[in-house]
Design a protein around this ligand. Sequence first.
Ligand SMILES: [Cu+2]
Length: 390
Amino acid sequence: MKVGKKVWVAFLVLFLCGSTVGVLANGTHTTSEEKSADRTTSTRPDSYAPLGVMGDHAHSAGELMLSYRFMGMAMAGLLDGTDTVSTEDALLRYQMVPTTMQMQMHMFGAMFAPHDSITLMAMTSYRSNFMEMEGAHTHATGGHDHPVGHQEMESAGLGDLRLSALIPLLNASDVDLILNAGVSIPTGAIDVEGTHGGDELIVLPYPMQLGSGSFELRPAVTFAGTSGSWSYGAQAHAAIPLNDNSRDYRLATTVGSTLWGARKLNDWLSISVRGSIQNWGNITASAEHTEMETSEAEHDHTAHNSHAAPAAPTQTVYMSPTMDPNLQGGTRANLAAGVNFIVPDRVGSILAGQRLAVEFQMPVYQNLDGPQMALDWTIVAGWQYAFSLW
Ligand SMILES: [Cu+2]
């Protein structure tokens, strides 16, 4: 990616800003006993990051946390770089072009700290994808079951399993620095099939698959702090696929960073704003994989030709841009607003400490290797509950 270098710089700057703000705030602010108690028992609504951030906090020895997050994402339209590409224009080059896509993910997580110096975390997900596409009307006549016009595709199942160890490097009264050593285990399917009109089954395009198919390293470092009614944090993270998957392709490394600020309004409610930037590259496909995909596409062209409707000269070998490994990368910056809610201790009973949170994210910048579908918005809503086992 040409923008790769710039992103790394942005990523560093964001993270350094967060850390500097934190150190300054920590240096100039005198902590009251109440605040330090707040942090150790995590009873502030904003003692956890906005919900879209994962692995932002560690737990103290004996604490178990269960969580559920729902994530919904809506994508619509195509971008090539930062320019919009109309469906009509894209159909001059492809037989099928995606128009909208919705992704829904149910994420179940558990965190447990056997000791103050380490918190273990596991997260699995169930995801479903729905994509609408338009097909090129290349056949004026003919009775055949080849796709034309509107098409829909769907897939659903288990996503990849994430395991990690969170190691607090600094655990002061109002600042934390946490190293996250994570891996992703490829439990999500990468060979989900579906129809694209007619009865013929095809392996669904990359964005419709449920996992990466590869083992991944998922390192992250998080800085978080509080200062009076305010809290803030920054996280830098990466996902690094380690091996070619069973379909002989490999997703590119993703790097990202985020910076947030939150304000505690009272003992049960806080609001947050957050900026994030993410960069991910294209898919590396081995010769075997590419050969298989393109021969399938060429087979399709032959089908077209046999119906006396020659493929347009500008048509590429991939039936759809979603099937081209070189049209998967990009850079995106999001702005998010969120709310964290906690049932305060004074309520007593098992309800005390229960958390609910919502975060809504909107992209403010997208630069995609396209034509590729653009993100419209993301919402994350969920529940978290931490309690002590001993
Ligand atoms: Cu937790």
